[in-house]
Ligand binder design. Structure first.
Ligand SMILES: NC(=O)c1ccc[n+]([C@@H]2O[C@H](COP(=O)([O-])OP(=O)(O)OC[C@H]3O[C@@H](n4cnc5c(N)ncnc54)[C@H](O)[C@@H]3O)[C@@H](O)[C@H]2O)c1
Ligand SMILES: N[C@H](CO)Cc1c[nH]c[nH+]1
Ligand SMILES: [Zn+2]
Length: 442
């Protein structure tokens, strides 16, 4: 593949071309069409459909593949994993758990809204959540960590993993090791749209869940969208994307290295270097081929496809303010700020899933081990959504209790509201006499 890099010179304009804000996910129409019959087949045929699609899409050869990973498969995974990989998984788990434990909200809060009226929120874990761990173009024990740890910290009683099987019908060893270390042993071998349908409807083997979280290919994203009446699809998390935002202070060879990080996920990823420096823009373009030459061939091919295509490359802006404006309009999943004062520039960022500050905090670190969650909103959803967190595995219920002394005034105002809205049933309920037990907050 040629070493072409897409380059947009926006130095003569402050208008952001709409095309530069697009991602693969921006038009899901093809995927929505393709996954519709898959979903229907899982709904009507259950496990048999999962086995069929494992053969069709994951090249599984055994038509009798067990859909649930067995304890023996977990044991075998621990035997095969290399010790330093095990250490890395444990280091990641430790940091990610610390971060998410600090994030957990208190069980309840309550205030006395006015004398005798107590009200608050109660935080409770969701009953059942499925964690999607991708397997199409790689294996992702890191996604096990990022999805199941906040679920465990939240206290979700039924936390399961769905992940595509390998052709030999097994689950990636790192995925099983991470899952067992975190305390999740319900791992089901199904991926893509069929996995989303399985946890939405339930099959003979796979339990129906209230929610699904985790990133996936556009097939997964499309299925989540179609099944959102059946299962809560969580934050939108599709193909990975990043912006490396720089001024003139950075070494272009280093900036090029970091631009490659998210571009190597697959040809459906997006990755832009956005800079106000022509020196950096030209230097990055010049530095990329040497980096690609050092990489795994398949990954270099993905990176070349992204950085030489419609969804990635180098953007040169009129000044740093315009570079920041582009970044906020794009709302990237991952943002790296490589400037003289990244901490000060953080205050200018309004839309990004995560922001990594300075040359010692490349995206790779946060993808795996720093603690914050790397499952982040994609496709501009960072304008309104936040990173995956303990909160995504919990919900709030509000509660209130009123004392006999506070009741008459509240009832009088509520009755007046009810009569204005012509709700006579509501009004009668607060005008009738009612027993007044003595209540105190506990
Ligand atoms: N946000 C994150 O934390 C994060 C982490 C890792 C990966 N990602 C992103 O998640 C995505 C993972 O995608 P992936 O492909 O590697 O794995 P995936 O598991 O999401 O998708 C693979 C599945 O897609 C289905 N599929 C493949 N071809 C199909 C076809 N022609 N028709 C119907 N279904 C088909 C198959 O069922 C297969 O099992 C990537 O885009 C990556 O960038 C995000
Ligand atoms: N960059 C991904 C989130 O977009 C996370 C990841 C896992 N492994 C490698 N990268
Ligand atoms: Zn990544």
């Amino acid at each position: 593949m040629p070493d072409h890099v897409t380059f947009h010179d926006l130095t003569q304009t402050t208008t952001i071309p709409e095309a530069l804000l697009q991602r693969t996910e921006s038009d899901l129409s093809v995927f929505l069409k393709r996954v519709t019959p898959i979903i229907e087949r899982v709904r009507t045929e259950g496990d048999a459909a999962l086995r069929h699609f494992a053969q069709a899409f994951d090249q599984v050869t055994d038509p009798q593949m067990s859909i649930k990973a067995t304890p023996e498969e977990f044991d075998a995974a621990f035997t095969s994993i290399e010790p330093d990989v095990l250490d890395a998984i444990k280091y990641g788990i430790d940091n990610i758990r610390r971060f998410h434990e600090a994030q957990k909200p208190q069980d309840n809060w309550m205030i006395e809204v006015r004398p005798g009226i107590w009200a608050g929120d109660r935080n409770v874990p969701i009953d059942s959540v499925a964690c999607y761990v991708p397997r199409g173009k790689g294996c992702f024990p890191s996604v096990v960590n990022m999805t199941t740890i906040p679920g465990k910290v939240a206290g979700v009683p039924r936390l399961v993993i769905v992940t595509p099987p390998s052709p030999d019908g097994t689950v990636d060893a790192g995925t099983l090791v991470a899952a067992r270390l975190i305390g999740v042993e319900d791992v089901y071998k199904c991926g893509g749209a069929q996995a989303v349908a399985a946890v939405a409807f339930g099959t003979e083997t796979v339990p129906a869940c209230a929610k699904i979280v985790g990133p996936g290919s556009p097939y997964v994203v499309a299925a989540k969208r179609l099944l959102s009446d059946w299962i809560d699809p969580g934050i939108p998390a599709g193909p990975s994307e990043s912006i490396i935002l720089t001024d003139d202070s950075v070494d272009p060879v280093l900036a090029a290295l970091d631009l490659i990080i998210e571009s190597e996920h697959g040809p459906d990823s997006s990755a832009w270097l956005v800079t106000s420096s022509r020196r950096v823009a030209e230097g990055v373009i010049a530095a990329l081929p040497a980096h690609w030459a050092e990489m795994d061939e398949k990954r270099a091919g993905f990176s070349r496809a992204v950085l030489g295509g419609k969804h990635g490359g180098v953007i040169l802006t009129k000044d740093f303010r315009a570079a920041v404006a582009f970044t906020n309009a794009y709302a990237p999943e991952h943002l790296e700020i490589l400037t003289t004062d990244p901490m000060a520039d953080l205050g200018r960022i309004r839309n990004a899933g995560e922001v990594l500050l300075g040359t010692a905090s490349p995206v790779t670190l946060c993808n795996y081990v720093l603690g914050p969650n790397a499952v982040l909103p994609t496709n501009r959803a960072a304008r309104t959504h936040s990173p995956l967190s303990v909160h995504d595995f919990m919900k709030r219920m509000s509660f209130a209790r009123v004392s006999p002394e506070a009741y008459p005034e509240a009832a009088r105002h509520a009755e007046r509201f009810a009569r204005y809205e012509n709700f006579t049933g509501h009004a009668r309920a607060v005008s009738a006499a009612r027993p007044m037990p003595k209540v105190e907050p506990r």
